[in-house]
Design a protein around this ligand. Structure first.
Ligand code: PMP
Length: 419
C-alpha cells in the first residue's frame, strides 16, 4: 500500500477528522488560491486553512525567507528566549501594526493555537480584575479547549455536556433578538440592575464578525456601546480577532473602523502568513500583570512562523494599497453574491469584507452546496447555528479572475440546488 492511499487514513486515523469527510481528497501541493491532490486535480481553495491563509498558499517571498533561515542554520526552537527571528518580527509588528494605530500593547506569544491565546486572555482578565465572570455572546466561537469552549456559544461545538464550563454569562449578540431589540441595552440594564443576577464581569469577549457562528456582523454603534459598557463596568474589552483579523475584513484589525481599542486582542490563524502555528495576545501595558512563566507552554512563538510572519507584514501591510485592494475585492464579492436571494427564496448574504457567507436556510442544503461545489473543484465550508451558512474565506490575494471562477461555480451550484 502506498503511503498516500486513502485507506491508510481510514485504518489508522481517529474518526475525529472532519474536513476530510466533506472535502475528500489527498492533498499534495498548493500555490496561492489553488490546491492540488495526488492525482493532479486542482481545487480553488476558499477555505484557506479556516482563515489561516489570508495571503494564500506558499507565498514565494515567505518561502524564500524560510529557506534562507534554514540554510543559515537558524535556530528552530528557542522556547520563549529572545531570538533574532523574534526580534525581527516584533520590530516589524511594532512599526507596521502597533505604532501606526496608536497602540502600545505588549505582545505575549501564547501556545500555538487561537484557543490557547483566548485562554490566556481569560486568565489575565480575571487576574487583573479579581473577578470571575466573563461575558461572551451567543454564536461566539473561541476554540475547543475547555476554557475557550466555556466562552463558545454553540452547544454543538461543546460536545460533551458534562464538561464543566464555569464562570461565563452568555448574552445575545447584536441582531440575535431581531432588528428591533438593541442587545446592548439589555446588557446595560443587566449590568446595572442588582436583581439581574449578572456578576460584575472580568471581561467582555467578542468577535466583530462571528466566523464560525455564521458570519454575523456587529454594527458600529453596538460595538462602541459594548466597548463603553466594558469601560464603565470595569471589565476588560477583549476582541477575538483570530479569524476576522490580519486583513480579513479589509483593515489589519477588524475593529479599526469603529474607533475602539480593546484592552486585549487575540490573534492567531493568519498571523504567521504561511499557515504555521502561531498565536498571540496583545495586552495594554497596564494590564501586563503576569508573573514570569504564569501562562507558559513549550511551543510559544514558533521561530519559523516569526520568519514568515515578518515577511507577511512587510509584503502586505507596509502600504495602504493592500487594504484598498481587499476593499475592492470585497465589493466585487458582495456585488456578485447580491442576487442570491433571487435564486434561493429566503437566502441571504452575510459578513463583512472578504469574510462572507450565504445563509441558504438549512444545514442540509448548505451541505449539499458544499459537496457539489467540491465536485466542481471549489472548496468551501459551512458555519452558523445549524451549519446553514455556506462560508467563503478566499485568500485575500486571490486574483479577480479566480474569485470570479469560484463564484461562478458557487452560484451555478446554488441555482441547480434551488431548482
Ligand atoms: N477564535 C475564533 C474567532 C476562531 O474562529 C477560532 C478558530 N476557528 C478560534 C478562536 C480557535 O482557534 P484554534 O482553532 O487555532 O484554536
Amino acid at each position: 500500500e502506498r503511503p498516500n492511499e486513502p485507506s491508510i487514513f481510514e485504518r489508522r486515523e481517529s474518526v475525529v477528522r472532519s474536513y476530510c469527510r466533506r472535502l475528500d481528497c489527498v492533498l499534495d501541493t498548493a500555490e496561492g488560491s489553488l490546491v492540488r491532490d495526488i492525482t493532479g486535480r486542482e481545487y480553488l481553495d476558499f477555505v484557506a486553512g479556516a482563515g489561516s491563509l489570508n495571503y494564500g498558499h506558499n507565498d514565494p517571498d515567505m518561502r524564500a525567507a524560510l529557506i534562507a533561515h534554514l540554510e543559515h542554520g537558524g535556530i528552530s526552537h528557542s522556547l520563549d528566549m529572545f531570538s533574532s527571528a523574534k526580534g525581527a518580527f516584533l520590530t516589524t509588528f511594532e512599526s507596521l501594526v502597533l505604532l501606526p494605530r496608536g497602540m502600545d500593547h505588549r505582545v505575549q506569544f501564547t501556545g500555538p493555537t487561537g484557543a490557547n491565546a483566548v485562554e490566556a486572555a481569560l486568565k489575565l482578565a480575571r487576574k487583573v480584575t479579581g473577578r470571575t465572570n466573563v461575558i461572551a455572546f451567543t454564536n461566539g466561537f473561541h476554540g475547543m479547549s475547555q476554557g475557550a469552549l466555556a466562552v463558545t456559544g454553540n452547544r454543538h461545538h461543546r460536545g460533551s455536556p458534562q464538561n464543566p464550563l464555569y464562570g461565563v454569562t452568555r448574552m445575545p449578540y447584536d441582531g440575535y433578538l431581531g432588528d428591533s431589540v438593541d442587545t446592548a441595552d439589555l446588557l446595560d440594564r443587566m449590568l446595572h440592575d442588582p436583581s439581574s443576577g449578572l456578576d460584575a464581569p472580568a471581561a467582555i469577549l467578542l468577535e466583530t464578525v462571528q466566523g464560525e457562528g455564521g458570519l454575523n456582523v456587529a454594527s458600529s454603534a453596538w460595538l462602541r456601546r459594548i466597548a463603553e459598557l466594558a469601560r464603565t463596568s470595569g471589565a476588560l474589552l477583549v476582541v477575538d480577532d483570530v479569524q476576522a483579523g490580519c486583513g480579513r475584513t479589509g483593515t489589519f484589525f477588524s475593529f479599526e473602523p469603529f474607533d475602539i481599542v480593546p484592552d486585549l486582542v487575540v490573534l492567531a490563524k493568519s498571523i504567521s502568513g504561511y499557515g504555521l502555528p502561531m498565536a498571540l495576545l496583545l495586552i495594554r501595558p497596564e494590564y501586563d500583570v503576569w508573573l514570569p512563566g504564569e501562562h507558559n507552554g513549550t511551543f510559544r512563538g514558533n521561530v519559523h512562523a516569526f520568519v514568515t510572519a515578518r515577511v507577511a507584514l512587510e509584503k502586505f501591510w507596509s502600504t495602504v494599497d493592500f487594504s484598498a485592494d481587499v476593499a475592492r475585492r470585497s465589493q466585487m464579492l458582495a456585488r456578485q453574491l447580491a442576487g442570491v436571494g433571487d435564486l434561493v427564496p429566503g437566502a441571504s448574504v452575510k459578513g463583512r469584507g472578504m469574510m462572507c457567507g450565504i445563509d441558504v436556510g438549512s444545514g442540509r442544503r448548505a451541505e449539499t452546496v458544499v459537496r457539489r461545489c467540491f465536485a466542481e473543484g471549489l472548496m468551501l465550508e459551512t458555519a452558523g447555528s445549524y451549519d446553514q451558512v455556506v462560508k467563503l474565506l478566499p485568500p485575500l490575494t486571490t486574483p479577480d479572475k479566480v474569485l470570479h471562477e469560484g463564484l461562478d461555480i458557487l452560484l451555478s451550484v446554488i441555482r441547480a440546488a434551488a431548482s
